[in-house]
Each structure stands twice: as structure tokens, then as C-alpha cells.
Write a protein that binds this ligand. Structure first.
Ligand code: 4AD
Ligand code: MG
Length: 427
């Protein structure tokens, strides 16, 4: 008998053949003469039936939800079965008989979240994790095709990257260290050796906001490269985004269908993306939010309103220097404006931030002081401007925010297997 995966059967490759499958009981219904068992493996769910005269009948009776098993039988097309195929069981062996599975249909969302370690077996999480893996792969492919080198930055760091308010501190032997908020500064170091670099790594934010777009630990796709400007940056980012959308649209059709997510919106993504300045964004938003003025930070609500107008990913660039991080390069004749750009998408708002980096050592020191940072904490970063400084750009895109948008997820916690939020860190 051939050991096969359930998706191969559902693709019609084993019709009228004897197969062996291994998996877990997904649902079970027992009749007088027949037991229906839905079995899942990593690739799908299939129905199997076992008849009363079968020697394995009593084993089948014992089966509980999530018991693991091996089943041998004959594949038949059956329009009544979910997926259109059924296995008529010849033989069934229980590998691990499950105790009463705590997750059932009547359980609350809160309870399911507490049972994350078991909920990850659900079809929903199985499918989301597959799309997540394909998305990371597509991002890597794009960076690699453009000759970027993947690098491995540290997670323990000694000085803040983004603002101190979202910095996680920790005791590192006798020292005060932090969890990294972004790998940017380390990518900048490596750029001087490799020129075009990227990483896909965790970032940490002591983020108290409870929204559908905030985690305290998320995965960050970041790139940094030398001899480049804002236009190069936006072109690269829209190219990356388009490549990811097109790749996912072809590779993940089945996953989107089963999840009920709209794959058509991915197919329509094309370069170039609309670009508006921050100034224009404020002008557009002002009638709806009169409190906004040039200099105000855009909130989640503002970004959502703005994104409704576009209906596709777009860029907002040239933000006020005062609301941006110390490393942002400013315009020589308008130092109040920083070369910073956000990509936004409908429903989520910001999914990436990038920009040109201040490459002049003295201006960088000024910016640090203006933000209350100690230049001596960033000696190594200043060295990058001392020894062969170069104009450069980079960006960071939140992987989970991208997935929330692509998959129409209700909440970012479903875009990552083990979400960390203010209240959730178990298991
Ligand atoms: O806008 P941020 O803070 O920018 C940076 O960290 C830059 N240093 C990146 C760079 O230039 N290399 O974060 C970048 C992106 C955001 O646009 C968002 O997608 C995601 O990271 N992000 C979060 N995702 C989930 N939960 C959070 N708490 C996030 N904070 C930021
Ligand atoms: Mg940002």
C-alpha cells in the first residue's frame, strides 16, 4: 500500500487505488452500520468510512477527536464527501488515543486563545501558517534576485533604535540591555561590507496599544542599501510588495479559498503605487479630523481613512522631522522635513516605514541630542559616518501586518503562531 498525503487524494491522484494515510481525527460520526471519520494531516481533510463487519470496527468506535491513527483503504470519488473523495477503510490502527479534546465548537474565542498550543492544529491556523511561510519565501526570493545578502542581526542590543517608550529593557548579567526594536542599525553596519543587505527577524515593542495591528514581538522584513535615494527606496518597496502579492496569488489559491480570503485584490496589485506627501495627507484628512495640522503624527484612524481613498497600497512621504527617529535624513533647505516614507494599505494603515539615513556625522549628533539621546551610546553608529560615509536608504515591513491585509484577518494575533501581546505569552 502506498503511503500518501491527503491533498494527493483530493487532487484525484489515487482514485480507485489502495492507500495508507496517517493523521488525526478531525470529526467523527457514528451510525449503526457505519462510522464516518474525518481525518486531517498537514495537507488537508478527508472523509473515511468504516463498516460494522470490518475487524477494525471496535478500534474505530474507540476513536476520539484528535486521536492519531493510520488508516488503509480504497479511494472512491464521492460527491457527498467534503473534498469529493472518500476512503473506504480496510484497516485502522490507533497510534495515540486522545483524551477528551478541550476545543469544541461551542467554546469562546477567549478560551480558544488560551488553548493556542492546540488551536494551532485547526485548519485556519494550518492555512495561515502556510501562507506565512510562502510570504517569507517570496520576500527572500525577491531580495535574493536583486542581489541582497541575507544577514543575521542580534536581538540583544545596547541602545534604542526607535523611541524609548516602546523599548523592552532586560538584565543581562550585570548590564542593562534591550530587546531590539528593529535591526536597522545593524543592517547599516553590514551594508558597509555587503552593500545590499536584508534580514527577516523578530523585533520587540513594549507596545501597550491593543489594536488589530500591534504585537509586542513581531517579524520584521528589513532591507538597507548603499548609494541610493528615496525614489530607489519606493521603487524597491513597491517591487517587493507586488512580487509577494503575485507569488501568493499563484501559490496560495487553495489556502485563500478555504480561508474565504479575497485573492483578487492581490492579483490587481501593480507598480507604480500612488505617492502622496505627508502635507497632502494632512490636507486630505483635515475636513474629517480638524485637529490635524502639519506636524501632527498620523494615528491609526487617520491612516485608515486615508487608505480608504486609495483602496490599494500607497506611499506617504516627507514627514515632519520632529515626529521621526533620530537617524532620518532631512532636506538641506528644509530641515523640518525628513526623508521618511510609509507604505499604507486599506484597513491596516501603515505596513512599512523606511527612508534615507542621516549620513553626516555632525548632523546626526545634533539629531541625537535634540531627541535626548547620548551620542556616546552610539559611538559605533557614528563610526559608520566617520569611515567612508555614503548616502543610503532602508525600510522595515511588518510581516504580520502584511498577512493581516493579504488574508483579511480580523486580528494580527492570527498572523503569528505564538502571539505576544500585553496579556498573552502562553505557551
Ligand atoms: O515604523 P517602524 O517602527 O520602523 C522601524 O522600525 C524602522 N527602523 C524600520 C527600518 O527602516 N528598517 O516599524 C516598521 C514596521 C511598521 O511599519 C509595522 O509594519 C511593523 O514594523 N511594526 C509592528 N508590527 C506589529 N506590531 C507592532 N507593535 C509593530 N510595530 C511596528
Ligand atoms: Mg513607522
Amino acid at each position: 500500500m502506498t503511503l500518501v498525503k491527503i491533498n494527493q487524494i483530493l487532487e484525484g491522484k489515487y482514485t480507485d487505488q489502495k492507500v495508507t494515510i496517517r493523521g488525526w481525527v478531525y470529526r467523527k460520526r457514528e451510525g449503526k452500520e457505519l462510522i464516518f471519520i474525518l481525518i486531517r494531516d498537514s495537507t488537508g481533510v478527508i472523509q473515511s468510512t468504516i463498516k460494522k463487519d470490518n475487524p477494525s470496527w471496535s478500534e474505530a468506535q474507540k476513536l476520539t477527536i484528535e486521536s492519531s491513527l493510520t488508516l488503509e483503504g480504497n479511494v472512491k470519488p464521492d460527491t457527498r464527501a467534503p473534498g469529493g473523495f472518500e476512503i473506504g477503510a480496510d484497516n485502522l490502527t490507533i497510534t495515540g488515543l486522545a483524551e477528551t479534546f478541550p476545543i469544541s465548537k461551542d467554546k469562546s474565542e477567549e478560551f480558544i486563545r488560551d488553548m493556542r498550543h492546540l488551536w494551532l492544529r485547526s485548519r485556519k491556523m494550518n492555512l495561515v501558517m502556510k501562507v506565512r511561510a510562502e510570504t517569507m519565501q517570496a520576500a527572500r526570493d525577491y531580495f535574493n534576485k536583486q542581489n541582497y545578502t541575507e544577514v543575521s542581526p542580534p536581538m540583544f542590543i545596547s541602545a534604542a533604535v526607535e523611541g524609548g517608550s516602546t523599548l523592552f529593557g532586560l538584565k543581562y548579567f550585570d548590564q542593562q540591555l534591550y530587546l531590539t526594536q528593529s535591526s536597522q542599525l545593524y543592517l547599516e553596519i553590514l551594508m558597509y561590507s555587503l552593500e545590499n543587505v536584508y534580514c527577516i527577524a523578530p523585533s520587540f515593542r513594549a507596545e501597550k496599544s491593543r489594536t488589530i495591528r500591534h504585537l509586542t514581538e513581531y517579524w520584521h522584513m528589513e532591507g538597507e542599501w548603499a548609494f541610493a535615494n528615496m525614489d530607489d527606496l519606493m521603487k524597491f518597496e513597491e517591487g517587493l510588495m507586488t512580487y509577494i502579492c503575485q507569488t501568493i496569488a499563484t501559490k496560495c489559491e487553495k489556502e485563500f479559498k478555504e480561508l474565504g480570503a479575497d485573492i483578487e485584490k492581490l492579483k490587481t496589485i501593480k507598480t507604480p503605487f500612488p505617492r502622496i506627501t505627508y502635507k497632502e495627507a494632512i490636507e486630505r484628512l483635515k475636513p474629517k479630523n480638524p485637529q490635524l495640522d502639519w506636524g501632527s503624527d498620523l494615528g491609526y484612524e487617520d491612516e485608515k481613512v486615508l487608505a480608504e481613498d486609495f483602496g490599494t497600497p500607497f506611499f506617504v512621504y516627507d514627514y515632519p522631522t520632529a515626529i521621526k527617529a533620530f537617524y532620518c535624513k532631512t532636506y538641506k533647505d528644509h530641515p523640518e522635513v525628513a526623508m521618511s516614507v510609509d507604505m499604507m494599505v486599506p484597513r491596516i494603515g501603515e505596513i512599512s516605514t523606511g527612508g534615507a539615513r542621516e549620513d553626516n556625522k555632525d548632523l546626526l549628533i545634533e539629531r541625537m541630542k535634540a531627541q535626548g539621546l547620548k551620542p556616546e551610546d552610539y559611538e559605533w553608529y557614528l563610526d559608520l559616518r566617520r569611515y567612508g560615509t555614503v548616502p543610503h536608504v532602508g525600510f522595515g515591513m511588518g510581516l504580520e501586518r502584511l498577512l493581516v491585509w493579504m488574508l483579511d484577518l480580523d486580528n494580527i494575533i492570527d498572523a503569528i503562531p505564538f502571539p505576544r501581546t500585553t496579556r498573552r505569552f502562553y505557551p
